[in-house]
Ligand binder design. Structure first.
Ligand SMILES: [Zn+2]
Length: 275
């Protein structure tokens, strides 16, 4: 299996829709230093690289962590400014917040930021062509916002249109390399088992089985996936609390097993290989 390794770097309280007003983010306790260090060490141990999609606010607040990611040989991408739901933004708002975020992340990283992933995969299928064209116009070389799995704020993109990582020049006339996040067919539903809450919930043997069955998958993790003592999400319902809190098995063990059984690549490596 070809496994794309990625990590979305955002504070533990980000959610769609937001449960904490950005004006209050400065007063929230940071819980991500330990998880960031743990994930970086895990990648070193497994001998794999990853694409770290930072939100602009995080890069501005913790620029030294962006620098460390670069120093340890990983890629840095953009994951919006304040984890905005793109499906609610106008095209002009999307452009403005994305360019602001990229500048902040590049200032912290000291290298060009060429990859983008939308928060919560919030590209609606009807607007994906327009938004991808915007990204290409801003100079992004790689996108990973498209998922064929149905998600609350986006997703449900056509697997025929986005079957695998590919440059979209031929099919859509857009100069960008897409790394789509495929759903996994389980009990008649397309689920994104290789990321976030679903990954925490999936038993190790199931993941290993899927790794043998699937040809291509995208792993997308977050700092809070490595935080066993995650506090309740402020102002949120029980279901989202449970979804964030539950985990089955040791995430470290699950990851090391997967990495050992897959051909692990970053988003940028795939784009470069295809160019
Ligand atoms: Zn996110």
């Amino acid at each position: 299996m070809l496994l794309v390794n990625s990590f979305d770097v955002e504070p533990w309280w980000t959610s769609t829709p937001p449960c904490v007003d950005p004006a209050d983010w400065g007063g929230m306790p940071d819980r991500s230093a330990g998880p960031m260090a743990e994930y970086l060490d895990l990648c070193d141990e497994a001998g794999v690289k990853s694409t770290f999609f930072f939100i602009g606010w995080y890069a501005k607040t913790f620029p030294e962590r962006v620098r460390e990611v670069v120093a340890r040989g990983h890629e840095v991408g953009c994951h919006s400014l304040l984890h905005e739901d793109v499906s609610t933004q106008t095209t002009a708002e999307f452009r403005e917040t994305t360019l602001t975020a990229r500048q902040i992340i590049e200032d912290a990283a000291g290298v060009a930021v060429e990859a983008y992933r939308a928060p919560s995969f919030s590209f609606p299928p009807a607007r994906s062509r327009e938004l991808l064209t915007e990204l290409a116009g801003m100079g992004f070389r790689v996108d990973s916002s498209i998922t064929t799995a149905g998600r609350v704020y986006g997703g449900g993109h056509s697997a025929e249109q986005y079957p695998r990582p590919m440059h979209l020049g031929e099919s859509l006339g857009i100069d960008i390399f897409e790394v789509p996040v495929p759903g996994v067919r389980i009990a008649g539903r397309d689920l994104t088992v290789f990321g976030g809450g679903y990954f925490r919930l999936a038993p190790g043997p199931l993941l290993n089985h899927l790794a043998r069955r699937e040809q291509y998958q995208v792993l997308y993790l977050h700092p809070h996936d490595f935080d066993p003592d995650l506090p309740p999400l402020p102002n949120s319902g029980t279901v989202s609390q449970l979804r964030r809190k539950l985990s089955i098995g040791d995430i470290r063990r699950k990851l090391l097993d997967l990495y050992a059984s897959a051909d692990v690549k970053t988003c940028g490596e795939l784009a470069t290989a295809a160019a």
